[in-house]
Design a protein around this ligand. Sequence first.
Ligand code: KG4
Ligand code: ZN
Length: 349
Amino acid sequence: MAKPLTVLGIETSCDETAAAVVRDDRTVLAERLLTQLDEHAPYGGVVPEIAARAHLTHLDRLIGEAMAAAGLGFAELDGIAATGGPGLIGGVMVGVTTGKAIAAVHGLPFLAVNHLEGHALSVRLVDAAAAFPYLLLLVSGGHCQLLSVEGVGRYRRLGGTVDDAVGESFDKVAKMLGLGYPGGPALERAAKDGDPARFSLPRPMAGRPGCDFSFSGLKTAVRQAAEALPAGDFAAGDLADLAASFQAAVVDVLADRSAAAMDMFARGAGVLPAFVVAGGVAANAVVRGRLEALAGERGYRFVAPPPALCTDNAAMIAWAGIERLALGLTDPLDFKPRPRWPLDELAGA
Ligand code: KG4
Ligand code: ZN
């Protein structure tokens, strides 16, 4: 039997500093993650320079802790995978430089992982049955796309957002409603006991041909609804109802666009295809519930990674590194970090 592959993954593309050691039998040997909440909270959002500095401060220690917890030395690894983009360039540079240095010193392969590919393949770390091709709804802070995942490095984009990403709209609406940062989880909590039918909000793009998204008009509609409430009398019930109404509109749009993508997805005859939801917004229980029901109605197997694997983490980067390493898709040490890096520009196997 071939020796198992073990890879160290490094994630620094936004406000999570993370390191994980993962083996190709889908075992996460160790994982360390630090979310930079206190650093960015006073600004109501992620400040790129502060994020880069915090990654620099914490990354070496987190890698050391993950390696110690895995009980391995660097020389026992088979590769070093670091997020190579897309993301905040200062942070990506910290992760890539660290990864390259470890790879160079120990003579190991280096893997520059596309962060979106990390999200796209994360489901395969937890579900051995998630075979290619599958339909993927990728919903994160910076991206909102429907993709046909045809193999490692092989993505066909079916639709995407024409303005804001869905996570971004959660964050902006949460900020507008004074729910603070990070916005998505705060908005989900605020919506919990709210009436989703109280405010009538638009469902942008619903029913349109294709499967593109738009969220900026919905954000404006929430602002107008909030402004129409009596000034100074923004009761907790109003807040809950507005949050729930916004979340219901988002969920309706995600379900409508996903249904349209199911019509476009080339499913093989006789197989039950998987409908995978990944990225930070897939941590939202209402989103998951609705999309799971849709999948059932349309004859798809619904798969979503556990919430901790939906939001940014290093295990998904290590796993994507393992998938690429197994196919010989390694990267040179002069790889340049890429602030923008669409999935369909990836080299496939
Ligand atoms: O994938 P991710 O951790 O980072 C990016 O690659 O962008 O996604 C972060 C996004 C943020 O916009 C955050 O507000 C959103 O995911 N998010 C949520 C929830 N948890 C995270 N949105 C709605 N409900 C949640 N529970
Ligand atoms: Zn992400």
